[in-house]
Structure formats: structure tokens, C-alpha cells
Design a protein around this ligand. Structure first.
Ligand code: ADP
Ligand code: ZN
Ligand code: ZN
Length: 732
């Protein structure tokens, strides 16, 4: 009797054997192909599994095997190359293959729904709709909403409009205004190219010539171009070639918030069918976009991290924009790096991979210097813009109001009076990070984490930024009944209050994850800001990621000190990236920009480095420090973490694991720990980690295999969870 060897989304790192569905002939079984979905009974549930293989017999006695219930697809939905990619990722990240395959399928298919080929009527923006007249639709919220949906998703299914309460009549009136047009989402028109390409600068032309000269097979490129150097223009040209070759381009961006901007630039340039894939879309919308990528009717696929697993009929080019961004690494469950998976995918599917950033990761610079990636550099800003001048502002003994020194307040005022925009960076949301009793010193702490609660004003609440728990503000001190509860420290809400009052004539746009809720919020904000009126942008890291704000001429970091003393080994790299990216928002068009870093430590070497050398130079210096320390990318890390409600169990588990695994480890790998994680208690669980550092990738993989198989063979208490993280971003 033939056996189906299946991948099942479960924590167990092994395939599962099943008998074919009852009544299926051996002949039919022999025609099954890897990747086909199979419905199976699993424990008391039914699950969607994926066929890995069929084989003659099982190691398990036949009478213990269950029958699969049904074969769900007549053909595998994933191309063999993507299946190989998933298998590689499962091995490399030591993650169960069933869960990895789940990442490659959209939710409705994971749930076992029948596969539905694409093809339904929809709407898209017309060329007139792309260059929207300002405020034209302010009086018609429904029409404005429909337009916002189209701006966020290229083309939208008629059905999706209905689901959001937008009638066909609304769309018809937009059609009458020639802002939208009907389209057929399954239609794969030959993509047209190049409306208004820019004349490449000398540098751009050199880089393009090198990139276009590489043959249509695997090669990986690092595009290291300063902020505003015109990397997007390079991407567009490469995509153009890819489309002309009849192939599809996959473009990864780090954040949903960048979708509208990216999409706008792509739709302006190409008369092609573009789909976007990110977690802000509903399950059916995502499924449809996935299907169009898979059947080849989408020419360009833009997506965040998980889009790296989107099947493509004819892959030709993979671009990873802002490749240094930490959000490419998934931090829970299947802990993969979308950037690294993208490179592997390029290898398997024989296509060009381009990693772009103004502040590349040390990993990518290391690979480029070692000759594994081709390095292309853009050292100048495009279109005649110049890089901003950076200076520190010593705030010691200065009177600070909401974190701003008098000098900074003046600089803001002068910029606004000159009709320009200011960007203020403060990487802490909420009103204040601490609530303290002035009488006895009590501090509001999270009951479930080793962390303080953050005070939020709108709405008024204490919130834990680690576990999400919230509570109302106490009326008096729970310890001494004192009435004087004071906030300490500074968050964006507080600076916003001050700025609104001090600069009442100008708009203040606050950008953080609290103020930017909803999938259209960021796109709307960017459009409003980019109308160009003077005003203040105030926000967290969200603001720094690749956004293009041409009218910003002054950038200030309110509290540069907060970035200085990170315990993590990547702290310095992160800081240099962040400051360079923030600074890079200034002076992107025409006027020269200025960057002010407020600090109590003007002599700190990391800040000094920002003043005297560019990121590229700093990065190469940091790389030699990592080399000396044997740390990534020159050494290879993995972390085994436990989390458990009893702190002793987690530590004991790792201690035993270490004792058992150590004799079998390769010589060039060493273990550190168990150690408590820096934030030891989180959401009521105590966390420990065991770290392995290896000199080369082979030793790191061997070490991972030993640790994972040993951990799997150990009996752990019920509430103890362990996980493995290969190439971790942080040791936390
Ligand atoms: P990056 O992605 O490198 O930060 P962008 O691609 O966003 O830079 O380009 C920055 C600005 O320079 C954009 O406004 C873009 O239109 C402009 N730009 C890019 N290339 C050229 C060029 N060759 N000539 C004129 N302007 C250009
Ligand atoms: Zn008190
Ligand atoms: Zn908490």
C-alpha cells in the first residue's frame, strides 16, 4: 500500500505518514505531486496538510496509520521551486515544514477552502485619478473612501467595494469624473512601460549599466546609495527590463506604511498590473493578489516580509528595499529573515536579487566585501539635492520644555516662518514613560512584565508596551494614598501638546503606531504633508522608514541619548542606521537641509562619528570590530529561548540541554548561558536564553541541529515553551 508523506502545520519537526484517501487507486496515488494539499484527521481535528512525497512503505506499522480524507488540489498550487525554498527554510531555520508551507499559502487555502482561479471584474485608478485634484472629493466621503482603497491597493475587486459598503453607483460617479476605470483583474495585458522616466545621473547610469549587464540568472547585488540618491529610479529601470522579458518582479518593502508611496511611483511609471500583499488587507483580498501573482497575471508584486513566499509563474527579479530593516526578520513563530530567504529564492529560481539601502546591514556589506554580492554605490543625491549638515546640540544645563531646548524651538520657528517643514524624531510613544508618586516614590509597573507602564493621554490610560495590558490611571498612590502622582520622561503625545500650543498657527502631524491606525492613515498623512505647507512632523521610527518628504528642511532628534547606551551587540549599528535615516529625510529637494541632534553627551564617540563620517565609513569600522569579536556577520549566532511561568524550570531546562548537547557540538561552536533574557519577565512568563556562537555557517547549522534534536528529546513541563532563533536580530 503506498503511503502519503505529509507536512502538517504542527510544532513537531517531522513528516507524518497517512494512507491515501479510501478508494484511491495506486495508479492515482502515483500521479500525486509534492505540494498538493491534503485534508487529514489530526488528533480530534481536521487539518490541511501538504504532500511532501509518496513512498512504498512507512516505518510505522500500517494498522496505526490513518487514511487521509481528501486530496484538495488536482495539481500542486506551488511551483516546485517554491516548495524547494520552503524545504530549505525549514531546514535552515529548524522550523516544522508544515508551518513553513503555511507561510506560502493564503489563509483561505490554509483553511482547506477550494482553490479558485482568479478572474473577476474590478476597478482601478485612471491616469487622471492618479494625479488627483486636491480636495476634489472632500464633499463626498464615500467617493473619497473608494479612492483611498484604490490608492492603497492598485486595483480592487468589485466585490471588495461592496463589502465595505461602497455601491456601484459611487464607482460610476467616479467613472463619470474619469478618476477610475473598469478593469478585469484576471486580464494579463502586455505591460507597458516608461511614462516619464528620469534622465539618469552619471552615477545612476554607471550602476544601471552594471546591473543591466548581468545575465538573466542568479546574481545578488547590494545597492548602497545615500538617502535620496535615486535608488527607486534604479529599481524602476530594472523592473522595466524584467517586464520586457515577460517576467514578474517581486518588490519587498519593510512596512505597510510605505505601500501607498511605492505603489504611486510604480503605477505612475508602468502600465502594468500590480498587486500588493500585506497584513493590512483582508483575507480574500490577499488571496486574490496571491492568486494573480501565482497565475502570472500580476506583473509586479509589492509586499512586506511574508510576500517573499508568494509563488510567481515567471519570476525575473527580486528587490528588497531598505534591506537593513529589522522588520524583515520575523520575531515569533517561524523566525525567518525575508531578506535572506529572498537571496536563497533568487538562487533557486535563477533570478537577479537587488538589496538596496542607504544604510545596509553589516551582513550585506560583509557579503559584498567578500565578493558574494556585487556592490554598487551611489554617493550623491539625485536631482541636485545635497546631503544635510549634521550637528549636535549640547543641552546640558539648558531649560528643556517637552524635551526641546530654546535653540531648537528657535530653529523650528525659523524653519516654519520660512515656509518649510520640520521633522522631530522622538522614539517613544504615549505621553510619558513613567508615572511616579511624589510623596513615596512608588512607580506604576506592569503586573506581568519587568517594565514600567506608559502614561497615555488620549485616551487616558496606563499601558504596557511589552504585553499590551492596560489599566485606568489611579486617582491616588496605591502605596501611600498620596495625591501627587507625577509623570516623568517624555513621549510623543506630550511633545505634541507643547508644539500645538507653541506653534498654534501651523499644523502638527504626529506619526506613531497609536496615531496611525487603519490601513489608509499613513498614505493620507503622507499626501497631506506632501502638499508642502509649512508644519511640524513629530514621530517615532515609523517616520524614518524610506518616506519621501520633499518639503522637510529641518530634522531634529529630540533625545539622541536614548539611542546611545544599548546593551545589544547591534546597538551601535542600529543607532547609526536610525540617525542616518532620520537625517536623510531633510533637504531632499532643492534647499539644503539641517539636522540637529540634542544630547547631554556631545563628545560620545558614536555621535562624533555621525558628524565626521558617513554611514558607509562607520559601517566598515563597525564591521572590523565585529570581526575582532567574532560576532555576526563574522560569527554565527543562534538562540534557544525558553518561556515559562516558573523561572526555575526554564533555567533548568536550558542547563540540562547544555550539559547533554555540549559533547556533540562542533569544535568551532561555543555556548553561552543559560542567562535570563534582558526583559526577564514578560506577559507573566520568565524568559531564559542559551546562545550558541559559531565561527562558520556549517558549525552554526551543526550546532543548531544538535541543540534542537536534544531539546526535542527532552521532557519539558507543560507550560514550558522553547523556541530556536537562527541569526537572531536581538538577544532579548
Ligand atoms: P532613495 O530611494 O535613494 O532615497 P529616491 O529614489 O526616492 O531616493 O529619489 C530621491 C528623489 O530624487 C526623488 O524625488 C526622485 O524623483 C529624484 N530623482 C531620482 N533620480 C533622479 C534623476 N536622475 N534626476 C532627477 N531627479 C531624480
Ligand atoms: Zn505614594
Ligand atoms: Zn506588560
Amino acid at each position: 500500500m503506498p503511503i502519503l508523506r505529509l507536512a502538517i502545520p504542527s510544532p513537531l519537526r517531522r513528516p507524518f505518514d497517512y494512507l491515501p484517501p479510501a478508494g484511491m487507486s495506486a495508479e492515482e496515488v502515483s500521479r500525486l505531486r509534492p505540494g498538493q494539499r491534503v485534508r487529514v484527521p489530526f488528533g480530534r481535528r481536521e487539518l490541511t496538510a501538504y504532500l511532501l512525497d509518496t513512498c512504498a512503505d512507512s516505518e510505522l506499522p500500517a494498522e496505526t496509520l490513518k487514511h487521509a480524507l481528501a486530496i484538495l488540489d488536482p495539481q500542486p498550487l506551488l511551483p516546485p521551486s517554491l516548495l524547494r525554498l520552503c524545504q530549505w527554510a525549514a531546514r535552515y531555520y529548524h522550523h516544522p515544514i508544515g508551518e513553513v508551507l503555511n507561510a506560502a499559502f493564503p489563509q483561505p487555502l490554509r483553511a482547506g477552502n477550494p482553490h479558485r482561479p482568479s478572474g473577476c471584474p474590478g476597478w482601478r485608478l485612471s491616469s487622471r485619478g492618479l494625479g488627483l485634484p486636491e480636495g476634489a472629493l472632500a464633499r463626498s466621503p464615500r467617493q473619497a473612501q473608494a479612492l483611498a482603497m484604490l490608492q492603497a491597493a492598485a486595483a480592487v475587486d468589485a466585490e471588495d467595494f461592496k463589502q465595505r459598503g461602497i455601491s456601484t453607483a459611487v464607482l460610476r460617479s467616479l467613472e463619470t469624473k474619469q478618476l477610475v476605470e473598469r478593469c478585469h483583474l484576471e486580464a494579463a495585458p502586455t505591460p507597458g512601460c516608461s511614462r516619464t522616466a528620469l534622465q539618469p545621473s552619471g552615477e545612476q547610469a554607471t550602476v544601471l549599466a552594471a546591473l543591466l549587464a548581468t545575465p538573466a540568472e542568479f546574481s545578488c547585488h547590494l545597492l548602497e546609495g545615500v538617502t535620496g540618491s535615486g535608488k527607486t529610479e534604479i529599481y524602476l529601470r530594472l523592473i522595466e527590463r524584467c517586464l520586457q522579458d515577460g517576467r514578474q518582479a517581486l518588490v519587498l518593502i519593510p512596512e505597510i506604511g510605505l505601500t501607498p508611496q511605492t505603489l504611486a511611483r510604480f503605477t505612475q511609471r508602468f502600465d502594468a498590473s500590480i498587486v500588493v500583499l500585506h497584513s493590512g488587507l483582508g483575507a480574500t483580498e490577499r488571496y486574490r493578489a496571491w492568486e494573480r501573482a501565482r497565475d502570472g497575471s500580476a506583473h509586479i508584486v509589492i509586499g512586506t516580509r511574508s510576500a517573499v513566499f508568494t509563488p510567481l509563474l515567471k519570476p525575473g527579479l527580486i528587490i528588497v528595499d531598505e534591506e537593513h530593516d529589522a522588520s524583515y526578520k520575523q520575531q515569533d513563530g517561524f523566525r525567518y529573515s525575508a531578506r535572506d530567504v529572498a537571496v536563497k529564492r533568487g538562487q533557486i529560481e535563477a533570478c537577479q536579487v537587488v538589496l538596496g539601502s542607504a544604510t545596509p546591514s553589516l551582513e550585506s556589506i560583509h557579503n559584498a566585501l567578500a565578493g558574494r554580492y556585487q556592490l554598487h554605490r551611489l554617493r550623491q543625491r539625485a536631482g541636485g539635492a545635497v546631503l544635510p549638515a549634521i550637528k549636535t546640540l549640547d543641552v546640558r544645563r539648558r531649560e528643556l520644555v517637552a524635551g526641546l531646548s530654546p535653540e531648537l524651538v528657535d530653529a523650528v520657528e525659523n524653519t516654519l516662518r520660512a515656509g518649510q517643514q520640520v521633522l522631530l524624531f522622538l522614539n517613544r510613544r504615549g505621553y510619558a514613560p513613567t508615572l511616579q508618586c511624589h510623596d513615596c516614590g512608588w512607580v506604576a509597573e506592569c503586573g506581568a512584565c519587568d517594565a514600567r507602564l506608559t502614561v497615555h493621554r488620549r485616551p487616558l490610560r496606563l499601558r504596557c508596551h511589552h504585553c499590551g495590558a492596560g489599566q485606568t490611571l489611579p486617582a491616588s498612590c496605591p502605596q501611600c494614598r498620596g495625591q501627587r502622582l507625577l509623570t516623568a520622561g517624555l513621549g510623543t503625545e506630550q511633545s505634541e501638546d507643547f508644539l500645538r500650543q507653541r506653534f498654534a498657527e501651523w499644523p502638527v502631524w504626529r506619526v506613531d503606531s497609536d496615531s496611525m491606525q487603519g490601513r489608509e492613515a499613513m498614505g493620507e498623512l503622507v499626501r497631506e504633508v506632501n502638499r508642502g505647507q509649512a508644519g511640524i512632523l513629530l514621530g517615532t521610527q515609523m517616520l524614518t522608514k524610506g518616506h519621501h518628504f520633499p518639503a522637510v528642511s529641518l530634522v531634529a532628534v529630540i533625545d539622541a541619548d536614548a539611542l546611545l547606551f544599548s546593551a545589544d551587540f547591534r546597538g551601535e549599528e542600529r543607532m547609526a542606521q536610525l540617525l542616518t535615516q532620520v537625517a536623510g529625510r531633510a533637504g531632499r529637494e532643492g534647499q539644503a537641509g539641517e539636522v540637529i541632534l540634542q544630547t547631554h553627551y556631545p563628545d560620545h564617540p558614536a555621535l562624533q562619528a555621525m558628524l565626521v563620517s558617513d554611514y558607509a565609513t562607520q559601517a566598515r569600522a563597525m564591521l572590523s570590530q565585529r570581526q575582532a569579536a567574532g560576532m555576526p556577520p563574522c560569527g554565527h549566532l543562534l538562540v534557544l529561548r525558553t518561556d515559562c511561568s516558573d523561572p526555575r524550570h526554564g533555567e533548568d531546562f536550558l542547563r540540562t540541554l547544555r550539559a547533554r548537547a555540549e559533547p556533540a557540538l562542533p569544535e568551532t561552536a561555543s555556548l553561552i548561558g543559560p542567562l535570563p533574557s534582558p526583559l526577564q519577565r514578560r506577559a507573566g512568563k520568565f524568559r531564559f536564553q542559551l546562545i550558541s556562537l559559531a565561527a562558520d555557517r556549517a558549525a552554526a547549522q551543526a550546532s543548531a541541529t544538535v541543540l534542537v534534536t536534544t531539546a526535542e528529546s527532552m521532557r519539558a513541563r507543560r507550560d514550558l515553551k522553547w523556541s530556536v532563533d537562527i541569526d537572531p536580530q536581538d538577544l532579548f
